[in-house]
Design a binder for this molecule. Structure first.
Ligand SMILES: N[C@@H](CCC(=O)N[C@@H](CS)C(=O)NCC(=O)O)C(=O)O
Length: 233
């Protein structure tokens, strides 16, 4: 009888934070079990494993929970060191971590606003996302040193972090009817196509049309939850 995988990912297929963890595990050839969270309802396992933030993803490695996607990626890189995704040089590692945090700080909320998941002006949000991508265009030139990926010759930590938003770029463009990757970011646009075609990424990158449909389901679930809450005494 084969052993069950020692790594379990608790999350949802549409979350960029979850996608990046799955990509890292696949790139490292680590088998994992994926436990899909239901829309609008958090599982006991998620709540128990991430009692502080109650957010996905969480991974369980040998039963031990690790939370927060950037922490998980770094944990996975240490627990399964080959092939490594962070650069070997401490200074370059720090630079890649800096841009990873920048990407999360600048892209996530802007893309959610463009998709209508939170209130706010979609055009303003698109401008903030574009400004961040122009900055990341420069970071790509600097980190890659002219090679195909942020990580150089191969996909690395920063590719995985920024790349996990690519499906969302397409969904946000469709919903807001505003461009995300455009002529101001040609290097990043070429990198995005390369990243999505990469073997460990291809089957894990959520399709933009499917994300648009999912957004409608999620908005309805959140509205229903808010209506039920407000009808409580
Ligand atoms: N900083 C966290 C963000 C995780 C996050 O926001 N996850 C979302 C899904 S995309 C979530 O679980 N949302 C549920 C909630 O906010 O209650 C990470 O990097 O893991």
């Amino acid at each position: 009888m084969s052993e069950p995988p020692v790594v379990v990912v608790v999350g949802g297929w549409a979350s960029p934070f979850v996608t990046r963890v799955c990509i890292a595990l696949k790139l490292k050839g680590v088998e994992y079990e994926f436990l899909q969270e239901a829309v609008g309802k958090k599982s006991e396992l998620l709540l128990r494993s991430n009692p502080v933030y109650k957010k996905m993803p969480v991974i369980l490695h040998g039963g031990l929970p690790v939370c927060e996607s950037l922490v998980i990626l770094q944990y996975v890189d240490e627990a399964f060191p080959v092939p490594s995704i962070l650069p070997p040089d401490p200074y370059r590692r720090a630079v890649h971590r800096f841009w990873a945090e920048y990407a999360d700080a600048k892209l996530h909320t802007g893309l959610r606003t463009m998709r209508g998941m939170v209130g706010g002006d979609k055009a303003d949000a698109a401008e903030q996302v574009s400004a961040a991508l122009r900055q990341l265009e420069e970071a790509l030139a600097e980190c890659s040193g002219g090679k195909p990926y942020f990580g150089g010759d191969d996909v690395g930590f920063l590719d995985i972090v920024v790349g996990s938003y690519i499906g969302w770029f397409g969904a946000a463009e469709r919903i807001a009817e505003l461009p995300v990757l455009d002529e101001a970011t040609p290097r990043l646009a070429a990198w995005a196509s390369r990243f999505c075609a990469y073997e460990a990424v291809r089957d894990l990158m959520p399709d933009a049309d499917r994300l648009v449909e999912f957004g409608e389901v999620l908005r309805a679930a959140l509205a229903a939850a808010a209506a039920n809450a407000s009808s409580w005494p």
